[in-house]
Design a binder for this molecule. Structure first.
Ligand SMILES: CC(C)(COP(=O)(O)OP(=O)(O)OC[C@H]1O[C@@H](n2cnc3c(N)ncnc32)[C@H](O)[C@@H]1OP(=O)(O)O)[C@@H](O)C(=O)NCCC(=O)NCCS
Length: 380
């Protein structure tokens, strides 16, 4: 009989593997990519630099960066077979669901490009497939948005950085330097974040030896849930709902007494302020305006009221609260808040998939059966 080990609900604090990609220290309010503070990287490096760091293990030299940027540019362009079906994907259904559209389009891309299972591919091919998926994702997401809005998708621009290109593809205008920098900081700060649900999902699928898109599509599914990546637009909707500072307390109390979660608050790992939230709050304040003033007032009151209603739980604003504010200030439509998060996180998923693919052990946990005692006779 094999030995089983019972672990805490939600696998909280269960270590399942080793990684050289980074880690989150929940009690310290610190996380890092490889050996660097992610927030320091966000404040000083481009998304391409950090993408290179995650894939290659070190920050690029100037020559390496140039080669990497040149490699990415053509990969941003969609194959015709995928472009052809985007209008149908974008306009399907009564509700626009860009992440569902992304996984659908990526699955087609995998077929068109003949992506081999990770198990059958060498590391160079795995990396090439992951590069393609990361580079083309912004093009797909922005095209889906524009098509849904009845507009023509724009061609990706090789002369723009990843962050500028993303804003250009979504809004149709070249971003200001302030907006491009704000979004770039956000994108770098959300590339990776430990063994969250989507990253773990990607690694489980990668451990089966399936192809890169299979693993990424699973991660997108996990990420789309409101408890994970689907909160920034809901956090902004909360600001609209609250409306004025005098209504904050009543609004929070009503939500909590109804058993609802306040979107953009709380975190599975952080028991202190989320460092991403602190950075994004500074960025929002740097841009300034009524929305930022209101958001900071709301944040403080929500933290205070949650401390009173849920004492000892240490609930603070998470990345998504100010992410929504910053994206709104930068002109990103709300439907594209979570997709913007996906544009950077796909790099983290891919780095995790590449790392996992070098481990031949399939991830296969167990469950405790709690149903009626077997074997029951099968009814005739
Ligand atoms: C992120 C999240 C899923 C983490 O969940 P978790 O690890 O299960 O949360 P915790 O174990 O820390 O919860 C502890 C307590 O705080 C409560 N809590 C956690 N987040 C809360 C929130 N946003 N609003 C109200 N209560 C919250 C829980 O209900 C729980 O209460 P209980 O002890 O009375 O049962 C959760 O905080 C949440 O749902 N937040 C809102 C959604 C969100 O912003 N997601 C984006 C995450 S980056």
């Amino acid at each position: 009989m094999s030995t089983t080990i019972n672990v805490p609900p939600g696998l909280r604090n269960v270590v399942v593997t080793e990684t050289t990609l980074g880690d989150v220290r929940g009690d310290e309010g610190f996380y890092h990519y490889r050996e660097y503070s992610a927030i320091d990287l966000a404040k000083s490096k481009t998304l391409e630099d950090v993408w290179y760091l995650m894939f290659e293990g070190h920050l690029p030299t100037a020559a390496e960066r140039d080669r990497f940027v040149a490699e990415i540019a053509p990969l941003r362009v969609l194959p015709d077979e995928v472009s052809a079906v985007l209008p149908a994907i974008a306009t399907a259904g009564t509700t626009f669901n860009p992440l569902a559209g992304l996984r659908t389009a990526l699955s087609l891309l995998a077929a068109v490009r003949g992506l081999p299972p990770l198990w059958d591919a060498d590391q160079a091919r795995r990396k090439a497939d992951a590069m393609l998926v990361c580079a083309v994702t912004p093009t797909i997401l922005a095209a889906l948005y524009r098509l849904r809005e009845g507009q023509q998708p724009l061609e990706p621009r090789a002369d723009l950085s990843a962050a500028e290109n993303w804003l250009y593809l979504v809004t149709g205008a070249e971003p200001t330097a302030v907006h491009a920098t704000a979004v770039e900081h956000y994108l770098v700060s959300t590339v990776d974040h430990g063994f969250n649900a989507s990253t773990f999902t990607a690694r489980v699928i990668a451990s089966t030896g399936a192809d890169v898109v299979a693993a990424v599509a699973g991660a997108i599914g996990a990420f789309s849930g409101p408890l994970h990546g689907g909160a920034p637009d809901r956090a902004l909707a909360s600001l609209d709902e609250i409306g004025t500072p005098d209504r904050i307390d009543d609004w929070v109390r009503a939500k909590v007494s109804a058993g609802d979660r306040i979107m953009g608050f709380g975190h599975a790992v952080y028991r202190t302020e989320d460092p991403r939230s602190l950075m994004l709050r500074d960025i929002a304040r740097g841009i300034g305006g009524e929305l930022v003033d209101f958001a900071t007032t709301v944040e403080q009151r929500i933290v205070d009221v949650l401390a009173e209603l849920k004492p000892g739980r240490n609930l603070y604003a998470n990345v998504e609260f100010y992410a929504g504010v910053v994206m709104e200030l930068c002109g990103i439509p709300r439907a594209m808040f979570t997709p913007t998060f996906a544009v950077s996180r796909i790099i983290g998923w891919s780095a995790n998939i590449l790392e996992q693919s070098t481990d031949p052990k399939i991830i296969r946990p167990a469950a405790t059966y709690v149903g009626p005692q077997p074997p029951a006779p099968v009814p005739s």
